[in-house]
Design a protein around this ligand. Structure first.
Ligand SMILES: Nc1ncnc2c1ncn2[C@@H]1O[C@H](COP(=O)(O)OP(=O)(O)O)[C@@H](O)[C@H]1O
Ligand SMILES: O=C(O)C1=C[C@@H](OP(=O)(O)O)[C@@H](O)[C@H](O)C1
Ligand SMILES: [Mg+2]
Length: 171
């Protein structure tokens, strides 16, 4: 295994923060959740940043934090689900790091909606069919990655073990 950083991408709620933290722990690497970094910088929750400062400022900060962290090696980074909307972020991650897409079917995602609805401002005020549309539209920006892991019907421990096995072989 090389010292490349591992970057988790995928739609909101697929488990990037949960799995990223567990993978980092098992590999003995530092874990950084980009949303948590931004929350620390603003001393505010993501939903408050969206409401009080605006999504544009959040997206700018997302780009600068990710760009500077991608210059370092040997870490595990979990991105927010919207980060890959920015081409610059896609480029910097795909060229510097091993990018893992966590995939989940929309049917399974729906079952998890109650866990995330209050803390994801992008979902606020959307109907289920609008969320479904966003879910499928967003898959386009996740198309380029180095590994895709389907997480339907698997608990975080199983997903973590599978990823550890894969990165030991491929990274
Ligand atoms: N494999 C899984 N099975 C069941 N629940 C999960 C799984 N992975 C994550 N979760 C739960 O789903 C919610 C969203 O997970 P999170 O890691 O915050 O996702 P993301 O960072 O992709 O938005 C959390 O409540 C988490 O405990
Ligand atoms: O998809 C998005 O646009 C967002 C995803 C969130 O992160 P998670 O994917 O970790 O939920 C967070 O960055 C913010 O609420 C915006
Ligand atoms: Mg997250």
């Amino acid at each position: 295994m090389t010292n490349k950083s591992i970057v988790f991408i995928g739609f909101m709620g697929v488990g990037k923060t949960t799995i990223g933290r567990m993978v980092a722990e098992k590999l003995g690497r530092e874990f950084i959740d980009i949303d948590e970094e931004i929350e620390k910088e603003y001393a505010m929750k993501v939903s408050d940043i969206f409401e009080k400062i605006g999504e544009m400022a959040f997206r700018d900060k997302e780009k600068s934090v990710i760009t500077s962290l991608c210059e370092q090696k040997g870490k595990v980074l979990s991105l927010g689900g919207g980060a890959f909307l920015q081409e610059d972020i896609r480029k910097v991650c795909l060229s510097s790091s091993f990018v893992i897409l966590l995939d989940l079917s929309f049917d399974k995602w729906k079952e998890r909606l109650n866990l995330i609805i209050d803390s994801r401002p992008v979902l606020k005020g959307k109907s289920l069919s609008e969320m479904e549309e966003l879910f499928y539209k967003r898959q386009e920006v996740y198309a380029k990655h180095h590994l895709k892991v389907n997480t339907d019907d698997q608990d975080p421990e199983e997903i973590t073990d599978l990823i550890i096995h894969a990165v030991n072989e491929k990274v």
